[in-house]
Design a binder for this molecule. Structure first.
Ligand code: GDP
Length: 317
């Protein structure tokens, strides 16, 4: 990937897309292409094809997606499958038609079976039933992976997929209804501190295990993978930093400086008990995460406090 190559970042306002854009800018890439949702609706096939025909990007980061936490995934099931399928179909097919040299499709670790062997290796895909709370989203992401694979095999494209573990960082969605656990708890604990509440409410039992990766590490991994042109498969991106939801809540209280109690609302779902990725395929290629969970939480909390006004919106990356 040359510094002057034309690179399209789909979803540049979301958590991952914005981090990829920052990383590309910092690395000196000068021909970057991005559009707001208002300027280009990637669910609209005609508009997407017209955009690609005009711009002919050489590289594409497909980070546009309908994303959300356990509650949003579980309740807006139709939206999660339809939006993601539509965006993927349009962008991946448009990239094929204009001869995009390399495309990186962003997936998710929820594509693996609910009771998957841990840590989860790439070859465990489609070896068992999925977690119910996010099955529609996972099915859409699996379809995206298979679309890239099928196009590579039939048309000789060079499209790869990356499966990140739970991501967090600046420009995350901090809306309490639709967000993931980490931004939700940062907000809850911050607000409890300000209002001097006696306790904060954590969903579920606190026992599920989750692995977290800072989005700047994720962006670095994406730049690393897209430049390995001979690497066409799907690859996991993880940090190996696994904690229980209880440990996460305690760490967030420490970072925010809140001394109240943590109360567990077991009427809310736990979701999958554990999802730890095996990222050895990527680490063998020479990449590894750099930002510790504590350091990443401190940085994200600082960003949240400075940008609270931005975080009220519900995110669609
Ligand atoms: P998941 O990784 O797909 O299950 O998505 P989430 O990040 O939304 O949830 C991870 C775990 O954190 C689940 O066990 C949730 O029940 C738990 N959790 C605890 N408190 C919260 C909260 O305030 N919001 C969210 N989204 N999850 C929470």
């Amino acid at each position: 990937m040359k510094k002057t190559d034309k690179i399209f970042i789909a979803g540049h306002r979301g958590l991952v897309g914005s981090a990829i854009l920052r990383a590309l800018q910092q690395a000196g890439y000068s021909n970057l292409l991005y559009r707001t949702h208002a300027d280009l609706d990637l669910m609209n096939a005609e508009a997407t094809h017209a955009f690609f025909a005009k711009e002919k990007p050489q590289y594409v980061f497909l980070a546009a997606a309908k994303v959300g936490g356990i509650h949003a995934n579980n309740t807006r099931r139709g939206e999660f499958i339809y939006h993601n399928l539509a965006i993927q179909l349009n962008v991946i097919e448009a990239a094929r038609r204009v001869g995009t040299e390399r495309l990186l499709f962003l997936g998710s670790s929820c594509i693996y079976p609910r009771h998957c062997l841990q840590p989860m290796r790439e070859e465990y895909l489609l070896t068992g039933p999925l977690e119910q709370t996010n099955e529609p989203y996972a099915i859409a992401k699996i379809a995206g992976i298979k679309l890239c694979e099928a196009y590579n095999s039939q048309y000789g494209t060079n499209f790869a997929s990356v499966m990140p573990t739970n991501l967090y960082g600046p420009y995350d969605n901090f809306d309490l209804e639709s967000s993931h656990v980490l931004p939700a708890l940062l907000r809850k604990v911050h607000e409890a501190k300000l209002t001097q509440s006696k306790n904060i409410m954590v969903w579920g039992s606190g026992t599920p295990l989750r692995e977290f990766l800072h989005v700047d590490d994720m962006a670095a991994a994406c730049l690393f993978v897209i430049q390995k042109a001979d690497f066409k498969d799907m690859v996991n991106i993880g940090s190996g930093q696994e904690v229980t939801i209880r440990q996460l809540a305690e760490l967030i209280c420490e970072v925010v400086g809140y001394q109240g109690d943590i109360v567990y609302d077991t009427s809310k779902p736990d979701g999958t008990p554990r999802k730890l990725l095996d990222a050895s395929r990527l680490t063998q290629l020479g990449w590894k995460a750099r930002i510790s969970l504590k350091e990443g939480l401190q940085q994200t909390y600082q960003w949240f406090v400075q940008n609270e006004s931005l975080t009220a919106e519900t995110s669609v990356a």
